[in-house]
Design a protein. Structure first.
Length: 620
């Protein structure tokens, strides 16, 4: 339970701010302090008061920022009410500052009749870092103590001052070494017995000072013009307007800043940073740093090359990417020159420098292969990967279609190239992939989208030739392309393979025996490859679409069935009551094919409009 204890030593009452950990001046603590100081002032034996923090590390960190803009911020007593009671007290009140006195905590100390600080104490008004300004008399009392120029510097930069600097400037009356409370009590008792009467800051005259530099020229925090202008207006009023009017102006300006979205955003960031640093124990225990195998850096300019050099110095593998070969060559030259300098200075041996340069692999393209990319889902997938920055190899059995699609992506032929390949041919697949690997230096993603549908036929009507053709395209085609790309992916210890299968591989459909068997095999193959390739950093997943609005869908119609008749049969089985769009499937494929999915492998993601959640009775 928060309390502010009171004891009396040599006629000096000690009032303690006791709201761990930083004695934030929220409404509850303000109420306690207001009552405790009132009780001390009413005590017949009290001839002075020392106000101090509950620990040597903290006088007060200031106002409770969470209360800004709430009912609590306008309730009585406010911080200004408390400071008013202190300043108008009939006995002197001294702030004994240990640790830090920041923001409203320093303003509370400025309202006292004197300030005693321990050697390690720090005082500051950092409100400007939150897009604010002091709002409890800081802009009015501080200039009266140290002058306008010094006050501008103090408030506009937001930097805390150490006790020694505060003593030299006149903010602090004494710096002590020893027990802070005892020193403060003795100091005040001695002053009461033999020294001059302590005066309020508000009664002092404005010192002469060089006041030519506005707050905006001294600020450390850039980009917050509004609080700096407000600080200037308030400080200009100090010692010119009657003190009460100066306080009112300061408060008006402060309230205006609190209501601004800029300050609200800075306060949100303030709390977010502190929440992010606090993790619940179970999560902290479960969290483990992931091992970093290879670092990718996009852009081989001055900064990119410098970052690559830092990672190479740490012995980490780096892939330095730039779309322009000449930029990549300049970046690598810069890296080599740096390590050559380290050898000349005797900081590295030639062998060590050579090893660190070898850590950086120059990369001009990030390669992706999409089969069956001439139309439909494949074409949409190629488009999305190209937009994500991949150099896309558009593979299709139809040369004219693949070249047209690649030309639509990049007419120059630099980041999209069409290739003709029959995925059933293992040797042809190996040759094409070898050419791609030689051209771009790496293959990051493979999307096996090439597929062959089956006309709706009874099982006994499916001859061996049709069985073989469907299995060769839908299963062997995946095997051939995966076998072709895995050497490159193993070499770079990273890669993404996405096999486009079908919900028909998970849910049987009458009249589709060969197609269902092939897609089921492709799903099983996906999971097997995921197990075999995981150790090499290669992730293998499957997207299993349902019924899509593509020309291929017509292959699934029953003999003599019209499109409308098929919709009458299909749509009741789909909760979303529509066919899927190729672009929707392509979005999912592009999502799975990116590096962000680093903990997902061997998964089958169904996209069927909810059909598998429907009554499993097969009416297709």
């Amino acid at each position: 339970m928060m309390n502010s204890s009171l004891d009396i030593r040599r006629g000096i009452a000690v009032v303690v701010l006791d709201s761990p950990p930083v004695n934030a001046l929220g409404f509850t603590l303000l109420t306690v302090l207001y009552e405790r100081i009132g009780a001390a002032l009413d005590h017949p034996d009290v001839r002075g008061i020392v106000l101090t923090g509950s620990t040597p590390r903290a006088f007060s960190a200031g106002a409770d920022i969470a209360e800004f803009g709430t009912v609590a911020s306008t309730a009585f007593p406010s911080l200004n009410d408390l400071i008013g009671r202190i300043e108008n007290a009939h006995v002197p009140i001294v702030a004994a500052i240990g640790g830090f006195a920041l923001g409203g905590g320093m303003e509370l100390a400025l309202g006292c009749h004197a300030r005693i600080a321990s050697e390690g104490a720090k005082l500051g008004l950092p409100e400007v870092t939150l897009g604010l300004m002091p709002g409890a008399g800081g802009t009015q009392r501080l200039p009266l103590l140290i002058g306008r120029a010094a006050a501008r510097l103090f408030i506009a930069t937001g930097r805390p001052w150490r006790a020694a600097a505060a003593r030299l400037s006149g903010i602090v009356d004494a710096v002590v070494d020893g027990d802070l409370i005892d020193c403060a009590v003795n100091w005040l008792a001695t002053r009461l017995e033999s020294g001059p009467t302590l005066s309020r800051a508000s009664d002092r005259a404005l010192p002469a000072s060089d006041d030519s530099v506005p707050a905006s020229k001294t600020a450390r925090v850039k980009g917050y013009a509004l609080p700096l202008d407000a600080i200037d207006r308030a400080i200009d009023a100090a010692g010119v307007l009657p003190f009460g009017q100066g306080l009112a102006l300061e408060r008006t300006l402060f309230d205006m800043l609190v209501a601004r979205p800029e300050s609200a955003a800075l306060r949100y960031a303030f709390f977010a940073e502190r929440r992010a640093a606090t993790i619940d124990d179970p999560l902290a225990e479960a969290a483990r740093a992931r091992e970093i195998g290879t670092t990718g850096i996009v852009g081989a300019g001055t900064m990119g090359a410098g970052i690559a050099t830092c990672f190479a110095n740490a012995g980490m593998a780096v892939q330095l990417f730039d779309a322009k070969q000449e930029s990549l060559e300049r970046g690598m030259a810069s890296i080599r020159a740096y390590f050559a300098q380290q050898v000349d200075k005797g900081r590295l041996t030639a062998a060590e420098a050579e090893h660190r340069v070898a850590c950086v692999a120059p990369v001009t393209e990030i390669g992706a292969i999409v089969t069956g990319a001439g139309s439909g889902v494949g074409a949409e997938t190629a488009l999305r990967l190209h937009r994500k920055g991949f150099a896309v190899m558009v593979l299709d059995i139809d040369a004219q279609t693949s070249e047209a699609q690649a030309n639509a992506l990049d007419p120059r032929g630099e980041t999209a190239v069409g290739w003709t390949v029959d995925v059933r041919d293992r040797d042809a697949s190996l040759r094409v992939v070898a050419n791609i690997d030689a051209r771009y230096g790496r293959i990051d993603a493979l999307v096996n989208n090439a597929g062959l549908p089956q006309t709706n036929l009874p099982f006994e009507a499916v001859d061996t030739a049709l069985w073989t053709r469907i299995m060769d395209v839908n299963v062997a085609g995946i095997v051939n392309l995966c076998a072709a790309v895995t050497p490159s992916m193993r070499r770079q210890r990273a890669g993404r393979i996405v096999n486009v299968t079908s919900v028909s591989g998970l849910r049987a459909r009458p009249g589709m025996s060969a197609y269902c068997a092939a897609k089921a095999a492709a799903i099983s193959l996906t999971q097997t490859l995921a197990l075999e390739l995981a150790a090499d950093g290669i992730l293998v997943n499957s997207i299993a679409p349902g019924s899509l609005k593509t020309p291929m869908f017509e292959k699934f119609l029953r003999p003599g069935e019209t499109w409308d008749g098929a919709m009458t049969r299909y749509l009741p089985q789909i909760p979303l009551n529509r066919l899927g769009e190729p672009g929707e499937i392509a979005d999912a494929i592009a999502w799975v094919a990116t590096d962000a999915r680093s903990f997902m492998t061997g998964q089958v993601i169904t996209m069927d409009g909810g059909a598998r959640c429907h009554n499993p009775a097969n009416t297709h």
